[in-house]
Write a protein that binds this ligand. Structure first.
Ligand code: SF4
Ligand code: SF4
Length: 123
């Protein structure tokens, strides 16, 4: 079973994690702690921050790159010989990702955070 990290880095501009069940606000905590099942496939590991998590500097929130940057993510994560397939597969990934990651639902992350120094937050 993957070990949940006891320490993660979060950008200071990110919104605070809401309570479980509240609307997702893009705080990024869940994806910084460990990848979801889709993130495991795309990251190639079940531990550490999801490799396809992206920071939206305009909205000041984290976003799932499988949904918002699907073409870029596929171009980076597909094996070299399959990169030609990134454009045609991008819209498929985006649609599937919305379903797989339960985007738009309430927060289901029960991590309890304890700010330490600067942008560090313990979990
Ligand atoms: S599901 Fe919860 S922890 Fe994950 S980004 Fe949304 S609000 Fe943050
Ligand atoms: S929701 Fe997206 S960014 Fe978050 S862990 Fe899953 S695949 Fe990665």
């Amino acid at each position: 079973m993957p070990k949940t990290p006891d320490h993660i880095l979060i950008l200071a501009q990110a919104p605070a994690k809401p309570a479980v069940g509240a609307p997702c606000n893009g705080c990024g905590v869940c994806c910084l702690l460990e990848p979801c099942p889709l993130g495991v496939v795309l990251s190639g590991t079940s531990q550490g921050r999801c490799q396809v998590l992206r920071w939206d500097a305009r909205a000041l929130i984290y976003r799932c790159g499988a949904i918002t940057k699907s073409r870029e993510v596929l171009a980076q994560r597909l094996p070299h010989w399959l990169r030609w397939a990134a454009p045609p597969l991008a819209s498929v990934l985006a649609v599937l990702a919305v379903r797989w990651v339960a985007a738009g639902k309430g927060c289901d992350c029960d991590a309890e955070l304890e700010p330490t120094a600067g942008t560090d937050v313990s979990a």
